[in-house]
Design a protein around this ligand. Structure first.
Ligand code: SF4
Ligand code: SF4
Length: 335
Protein backbone atom coordinates (compact mmCIF):
# COMPACT_ATOMS: atom_id res chain seq x y z
CA UNK A 1 0.00 0.00 0.00
CA UNK A 2 1.27 3.44 -0.94
CA UNK A 3 0.95 6.22 1.66
CA UNK A 4 0.71 9.92 0.92
CA UNK A 5 0.69 13.02 3.16
CA UNK A 6 -2.71 14.70 3.43
CA UNK A 7 -1.51 18.28 2.91
CA UNK A 8 -0.96 20.43 5.96
CA UNK A 9 -2.72 17.96 8.24
CA UNK A 10 0.56 16.01 8.09
CA UNK A 11 -1.49 12.79 8.31
CA UNK A 12 0.01 9.84 6.45
CA UNK A 13 -2.92 8.35 4.57
CA UNK A 14 -3.14 5.20 2.45
CA UNK A 15 -3.69 6.15 -1.21
CA UNK A 16 -6.82 3.98 -1.09
CA UNK A 17 -9.34 5.00 1.54
CA UNK A 18 -12.79 3.82 2.48
CA UNK A 19 -15.93 5.69 1.45
CA UNK A 20 -18.58 5.10 4.10
CA UNK A 21 -21.79 5.62 2.14
CA UNK A 22 -22.56 2.02 1.04
CA UNK A 23 -22.31 0.41 4.47
CA UNK A 24 -25.82 1.80 4.99
CA UNK A 25 -26.80 -1.16 2.79
CA UNK A 26 -25.21 -3.78 5.07
CA UNK A 27 -25.10 -4.01 8.87
CA UNK A 28 -22.80 -3.41 11.84
CA UNK A 29 -21.40 -6.98 11.78
CA UNK A 30 -20.66 -6.79 8.05
CA UNK A 31 -18.96 -3.45 8.61
CA UNK A 32 -16.79 -4.99 11.32
CA UNK A 33 -15.60 -7.78 9.00
CA UNK A 34 -14.81 -5.21 6.31
CA UNK A 35 -12.87 -2.94 8.70
CA UNK A 36 -10.66 -5.80 9.85
CA UNK A 37 -9.92 -6.79 6.25
CA UNK A 38 -9.10 -3.17 5.44
CA UNK A 39 -6.76 -2.92 8.40
CA UNK A 40 -4.98 -6.09 7.26
CA UNK A 41 -4.63 -4.58 3.77
CA UNK A 42 -3.04 -1.38 5.13
CA UNK A 43 -5.98 0.94 4.42
CA UNK A 44 -6.03 3.58 7.14
CA UNK A 45 -8.44 6.29 5.93
CA UNK A 46 -12.16 6.15 6.66
CA UNK A 47 -14.68 8.69 5.41
CA UNK A 48 -18.20 9.04 6.77
CA UNK A 49 -20.79 11.78 7.28
CA UNK A 50 -23.46 12.78 9.74
CA UNK A 51 -25.82 12.61 6.78
CA UNK A 52 -25.09 8.94 5.93
CA UNK A 53 -27.71 7.65 8.38
CA UNK A 54 -26.18 4.67 10.26
CA UNK A 55 -22.68 4.90 8.72
CA UNK A 56 -20.97 6.54 11.72
CA UNK A 57 -22.69 4.18 14.16
CA UNK A 58 -21.76 1.03 12.24
CA UNK A 59 -18.18 2.27 12.02
CA UNK A 60 -18.10 3.03 15.75
CA UNK A 61 -19.14 -0.53 16.49
CA UNK A 62 -16.76 -2.00 13.89
CA UNK A 63 -13.74 -0.03 15.11
CA UNK A 64 -13.97 -1.09 18.77
CA UNK A 65 -10.44 -2.10 19.71
CA UNK A 66 -8.88 -1.09 16.38
CA UNK A 67 -9.71 2.64 16.32
CA UNK A 68 -6.04 3.67 16.58
CA UNK A 69 -5.22 1.99 13.26
CA UNK A 70 -7.37 4.46 11.35
CA UNK A 71 -7.62 8.10 10.43
CA UNK A 72 -11.28 8.95 10.93
CA UNK A 73 -12.92 11.64 8.83
CA UNK A 74 -16.52 12.77 8.81
CA UNK A 75 -18.57 15.82 7.90
CA UNK A 76 -21.64 17.85 8.77
CA UNK A 77 -24.16 19.93 6.84
CA UNK A 78 -24.53 22.29 9.83
CA UNK A 79 -23.87 25.88 8.90
CA UNK A 80 -24.27 27.57 12.28
CA UNK A 81 -22.19 27.26 15.44
CA UNK A 82 -24.80 25.51 17.56
CA UNK A 83 -25.64 22.92 14.91
CA UNK A 84 -21.99 22.13 14.21
CA UNK A 85 -21.11 21.78 17.91
CA UNK A 86 -24.03 19.38 18.30
CA UNK A 87 -23.02 17.34 15.23
CA UNK A 88 -19.40 17.01 16.33
CA UNK A 89 -20.55 15.61 19.68
CA UNK A 90 -22.95 13.19 17.94
CA UNK A 91 -20.15 12.00 15.62
CA UNK A 92 -17.85 11.38 18.60
CA UNK A 93 -20.56 9.38 20.32
CA UNK A 94 -21.41 7.41 17.16
CA UNK A 95 -17.77 6.59 16.49
CA UNK A 96 -17.26 5.61 20.17
CA UNK A 97 -14.12 7.73 20.31
CA UNK A 98 -12.95 10.96 21.95
CA UNK A 99 -11.10 12.22 18.89
CA UNK A 100 -11.91 12.59 15.18
CA UNK A 101 -8.90 13.21 12.95
CA UNK A 102 -10.61 15.28 10.25
CA UNK A 103 -13.96 17.08 10.44
CA UNK A 104 -15.32 18.68 7.28
CA UNK A 105 -17.94 21.19 6.20
CA UNK A 106 -20.23 19.11 3.98
CA UNK A 107 -20.79 20.59 0.52
CA UNK A 108 -21.60 24.26 1.20
CA UNK A 109 -22.47 26.56 -1.69
CA UNK A 110 -21.01 30.08 -1.78
CA UNK A 111 -23.75 31.61 0.39
CA UNK A 112 -23.53 28.78 2.93
CA UNK A 113 -19.75 29.16 3.09
CA UNK A 114 -20.25 32.81 3.94
CA UNK A 115 -22.62 31.80 6.74
CA UNK A 116 -20.13 29.21 8.04
CA UNK A 117 -17.37 31.82 8.27
CA UNK A 118 -19.53 34.68 9.66
CA UNK A 119 -19.90 35.38 13.41
CA UNK A 120 -22.06 32.62 14.92
CA UNK A 121 -21.20 30.36 11.99
CA UNK A 122 -20.11 26.71 12.05
CA UNK A 123 -16.42 27.61 11.89
CA UNK A 124 -16.56 28.88 15.48
CA UNK A 125 -17.67 25.43 16.66
CA UNK A 126 -14.96 23.74 14.59
CA UNK A 127 -12.24 25.94 16.09
CA UNK A 128 -13.52 25.36 19.62
CA UNK A 129 -13.64 21.59 19.02
CA UNK A 130 -10.11 21.68 17.65
CA UNK A 131 -8.86 23.66 20.66
CA UNK A 132 -10.59 21.18 22.97
CA UNK A 133 -8.89 18.24 21.22
CA UNK A 134 -12.17 16.77 19.93
CA UNK A 135 -11.09 17.09 16.31
CA UNK A 136 -7.62 17.25 14.79
CA UNK A 137 -8.05 19.05 11.47
CA UNK A 138 -10.59 21.03 9.46
CA UNK A 139 -11.50 20.35 5.84
CA UNK A 140 -14.29 20.91 3.35
CA UNK A 141 -16.15 18.78 0.82
CA UNK A 142 -17.54 20.37 -2.34
CA UNK A 143 -19.32 19.85 -5.63
CA UNK A 144 -18.98 23.44 -6.86
CA UNK A 145 -15.85 24.44 -8.76
CA UNK A 146 -16.51 28.11 -7.96
CA UNK A 147 -16.37 27.41 -4.22
CA UNK A 148 -13.28 25.22 -4.74
CA UNK A 149 -11.57 28.19 -6.39
CA UNK A 150 -12.39 30.31 -3.35
CA UNK A 151 -11.34 27.89 -0.64
CA UNK A 152 -7.88 27.03 -2.01
CA UNK A 153 -6.96 30.60 -1.12
CA UNK A 154 -8.14 30.25 2.50
CA UNK A 155 -5.50 29.45 5.11
CA UNK A 156 -7.76 27.39 7.39
CA UNK A 157 -8.44 24.77 4.71
CA UNK A 158 -6.38 21.66 5.43
CA UNK A 159 -8.12 19.34 2.96
CA UNK A 160 -10.62 19.51 0.12
CA UNK A 161 -12.80 16.66 -1.09
CA UNK A 162 -14.23 16.93 -4.62
CA UNK A 163 -15.48 14.53 -7.32
CA UNK A 164 -12.65 13.36 -9.57
CA UNK A 165 -12.87 10.59 -12.15
CA UNK A 166 -12.41 9.78 -15.84
CA UNK A 167 -15.40 11.89 -16.89
CA UNK A 168 -15.16 14.64 -14.26
CA UNK A 169 -11.77 16.25 -14.68
CA UNK A 170 -12.85 19.89 -14.61
CA UNK A 171 -11.19 20.49 -11.22
CA UNK A 172 -7.74 19.23 -12.26
CA UNK A 173 -6.14 22.69 -12.14
CA UNK A 174 -7.58 23.25 -8.64
CA UNK A 175 -6.40 19.80 -7.54
CA UNK A 176 -2.88 20.73 -8.67
CA UNK A 177 -3.24 24.02 -6.79
CA UNK A 178 -4.00 22.06 -3.62
CA UNK A 179 -0.52 20.54 -3.87
CA UNK A 180 0.95 24.02 -4.37
CA UNK A 181 -0.87 25.30 -1.28
CA UNK A 182 -0.13 22.16 0.76
CA UNK A 183 -3.83 21.28 1.00
CA UNK A 184 -4.70 17.58 1.06
CA UNK A 185 -6.92 16.43 -1.81
CA UNK A 186 -9.47 13.66 -1.27
CA UNK A 187 -10.95 12.27 -4.50
CA UNK A 188 -14.59 11.27 -4.16
CA UNK A 189 -16.82 9.54 -6.71
CA UNK A 190 -13.99 7.75 -8.55
CA UNK A 191 -16.68 5.70 -10.33
CA UNK A 192 -18.75 8.80 -11.14
CA UNK A 193 -21.57 7.65 -8.89
CA UNK A 194 -21.71 4.25 -10.59
CA UNK A 195 -21.70 5.59 -14.16
CA UNK A 196 -18.28 4.05 -14.84
CA UNK A 197 -18.54 0.30 -15.28
CA UNK A 198 -14.83 -0.56 -15.45
CA UNK A 199 -13.99 0.00 -11.78
CA UNK A 200 -10.35 -1.03 -12.16
CA UNK A 201 -9.75 1.44 -14.97
CA UNK A 202 -11.60 4.16 -13.06
CA UNK A 203 -9.46 3.65 -9.97
CA UNK A 204 -6.24 3.49 -12.02
CA UNK A 205 -7.09 6.90 -13.50
CA UNK A 206 -7.52 8.61 -10.13
CA UNK A 207 -4.55 6.95 -8.42
CA UNK A 208 -2.25 7.94 -11.32
CA UNK A 209 -2.63 11.62 -10.41
CA UNK A 210 0.11 12.45 -7.86
CA UNK A 211 -1.91 15.45 -6.65
CA UNK A 212 -4.52 13.10 -5.20
CA UNK A 213 -3.75 12.31 -1.55
CA UNK A 214 -6.40 9.62 -1.13
CA UNK A 215 -9.28 8.21 -3.17
CA UNK A 216 -12.38 6.99 -1.34
CA UNK A 217 -14.52 4.57 -3.35
CA UNK A 218 -17.57 3.38 -1.47
CA UNK A 219 -17.23 -0.26 -0.43
CA UNK A 220 -19.61 -2.67 1.24
CA UNK A 221 -18.33 -6.04 0.04
CA UNK A 222 -15.02 -7.88 0.15
CA UNK A 223 -14.95 -8.29 -3.62
CA UNK A 224 -15.08 -4.49 -4.03
CA UNK A 225 -12.22 -4.17 -1.57
CA UNK A 226 -10.10 -6.71 -3.46
CA UNK A 227 -10.80 -5.03 -6.78
CA UNK A 228 -9.96 -1.56 -5.48
CA UNK A 229 -6.81 -2.80 -3.76
CA UNK A 230 -5.57 -4.40 -6.98
CA UNK A 231 -6.08 -1.14 -8.87
CA UNK A 232 -4.52 1.04 -6.14
CA UNK A 233 -1.51 -1.23 -5.81
CA UNK A 234 -0.90 -1.26 -9.58
CA UNK A 235 1.45 1.73 -9.82
CA UNK A 236 2.48 1.30 -13.48
CA UNK A 237 1.96 4.43 -15.59
CA UNK A 238 -1.28 4.44 -17.58
CA UNK A 239 -0.79 2.58 -20.86
CA UNK A 240 -1.77 3.86 -24.31
CA UNK A 241 -4.59 1.29 -24.38
CA UNK A 242 -5.92 2.50 -21.03
CA UNK A 243 -5.81 6.13 -22.16
CA UNK A 244 -7.73 5.21 -25.33
CA UNK A 245 -10.33 3.33 -23.28
CA UNK A 246 -10.75 6.37 -21.02
CA UNK A 247 -11.30 8.66 -23.98
CA UNK A 248 -13.91 6.29 -25.39
CA UNK A 249 -15.77 6.42 -22.06
CA UNK A 250 -15.66 10.24 -22.12
CA UNK A 251 -16.99 10.30 -25.67
CA UNK A 252 -19.81 7.94 -24.72
CA UNK A 253 -20.91 9.50 -21.41
CA UNK A 254 -20.22 13.21 -21.92
CA UNK A 255 -20.97 15.28 -18.79
CA UNK A 256 -24.74 15.15 -18.80
CA UNK A 257 -25.32 12.20 -16.52
CA UNK A 258 -26.62 11.65 -13.02
CA UNK A 259 -23.99 10.93 -10.30
CA UNK A 260 -26.62 9.55 -7.88
CA UNK A 261 -25.70 12.00 -5.14
CA UNK A 262 -29.41 12.59 -4.34
CA UNK A 263 -28.92 16.25 -3.52
CA UNK A 264 -31.97 16.86 -5.75
CA UNK A 265 -34.24 15.12 -3.24
CA UNK A 266 -36.86 15.36 -1.90
CA UNK A 267 -38.92 15.50 -5.09
CA UNK A 268 -42.20 17.41 -4.80
CA UNK A 269 -44.04 14.51 -6.45
CA UNK A 270 -42.19 11.76 -4.59
CA UNK A 271 -40.09 10.54 -7.55
CA UNK A 272 -36.93 8.54 -6.93
CA UNK A 273 -35.03 10.68 -9.46
CA UNK A 274 -31.61 9.03 -9.45
CA UNK A 275 -33.21 5.57 -9.37
CA UNK A 276 -35.02 6.37 -12.60
CA UNK A 277 -31.83 7.37 -14.34
CA UNK A 278 -30.17 4.20 -13.10
CA UNK A 279 -32.91 1.99 -14.54
CA UNK A 280 -32.85 3.96 -17.77
CA UNK A 281 -29.09 3.30 -18.08
CA UNK A 282 -29.67 -0.43 -17.51
CA UNK A 283 -32.46 -0.34 -20.06
CA UNK A 284 -30.77 1.67 -22.82
CA UNK A 285 -27.05 1.08 -22.33
CA UNK A 286 -26.54 -2.26 -20.65
CA UNK A 287 -29.04 -4.41 -22.53
CA UNK A 288 -31.18 -5.29 -19.49
CA UNK A 289 -34.51 -4.07 -20.87
CA UNK A 290 -36.83 -6.53 -19.19
CA UNK A 291 -35.14 -6.43 -15.79
CA UNK A 292 -34.94 -2.61 -15.80
CA UNK A 293 -38.56 -2.19 -16.94
CA UNK A 294 -39.77 -4.48 -14.15
CA UNK A 295 -37.87 -2.54 -11.50
CA UNK A 296 -38.90 0.79 -12.93
CA UNK A 297 -42.59 -0.05 -13.01
CA UNK A 298 -42.35 -1.30 -9.41
CA UNK A 299 -41.30 2.18 -8.22
CA UNK A 300 -44.16 4.02 -6.47
CA UNK A 301 -43.94 6.87 -8.99
CA UNK A 302 -42.79 7.01 -12.62
CA UNK A 303 -41.14 9.82 -14.60
CA UNK A 304 -44.47 10.92 -16.09
CA UNK A 305 -45.64 11.80 -12.55
CA UNK A 306 -43.22 14.76 -12.48
CA UNK A 307 -45.23 17.97 -11.93
CA UNK A 308 -42.57 20.15 -13.57
CA UNK A 309 -41.93 22.30 -10.47
CA UNK A 310 -38.15 22.57 -11.07
CA UNK A 311 -37.21 22.31 -7.38
CA UNK A 312 -34.84 19.40 -8.08
CA UNK A 313 -32.91 21.32 -10.72
CA UNK A 314 -32.15 24.11 -8.27
CA UNK A 315 -30.60 21.56 -5.93
CA UNK A 316 -28.62 19.50 -8.46
CA UNK A 317 -24.92 20.48 -8.10
CA UNK A 318 -24.31 19.37 -11.70
CA UNK A 319 -27.02 21.65 -13.11
CA UNK A 320 -28.66 18.76 -14.93
CA UNK A 321 -31.84 19.40 -16.90
CA UNK A 322 -33.63 16.84 -14.76
CA UNK A 323 -37.10 17.51 -16.15
CA UNK A 324 -35.86 17.10 -19.70
CA UNK A 325 -34.01 13.93 -18.75
CA UNK A 326 -37.11 12.55 -17.05
CA UNK A 327 -39.09 13.06 -20.23
CA UNK A 328 -36.60 10.75 -21.98
CA UNK A 329 -36.97 8.21 -19.17
CA UNK A 330 -40.76 8.30 -19.64
CA UNK A 331 -40.28 7.77 -23.38
CA UNK A 332 -37.97 4.79 -22.77
CA UNK A 333 -40.41 3.06 -20.45
CA UNK A 334 -43.67 4.38 -21.93
CA UNK A 335 -44.75 5.95 -18.59
S1 SF4 B 1 -39.48 18.96 -11.35
FE1 SF4 B 1 -40.40 16.92 -11.25
S2 SF4 B 1 -38.77 15.62 -10.56
FE2 SF4 B 1 -38.16 17.71 -10.07
S3 SF4 B 1 -38.85 18.03 -7.93
FE3 SF4 B 1 -40.45 18.78 -9.31
S4 SF4 B 1 -41.82 17.02 -9.53
FE4 SF4 B 1 -39.89 16.21 -8.74
S1 SF4 C 1 -30.06 14.51 -10.64
FE1 SF4 C 1 -28.32 15.75 -9.92
S2 SF4 C 1 -28.67 15.99 -7.70
FE2 SF4 C 1 -30.01 14.34 -8.40
S3 SF4 C 1 -28.86 12.49 -8.01
FE3 SF4 C 1 -28.45 13.06 -10.12
S4 SF4 C 1 -26.59 14.32 -10.07
FE4 SF4 C 1 -27.36 14.18 -7.97
Amino acid sequence: MEYRILGKTGLKVSSLGFGGIPIQRIDAEGTKVLMHKMMDAGINYIDSARGYTVSEEYLGYALEGIREHFILATKSMARDKEGMARDIDISLKNFRTDYIDLYQFHNPNAAQLEQILAPGGAMEAMLEAKAAGKIGHIGITLHSLDVFEQVVEMDWVESVMFPYNIVETHAEAMIAKCTEKNIGFIAMKPLAGGALEDAALAMRFVCANPNVSVVIPGMAAEKELIQNLAAANDVRPLSADELTAMQMIRDQLGTNFCRRCNYCQPCTAGLNISGMFTFEAYHNRYGLQEWAAGRYMALPKQASDCVDCGACEERCPYHLSIRQMLKKVAESFGK
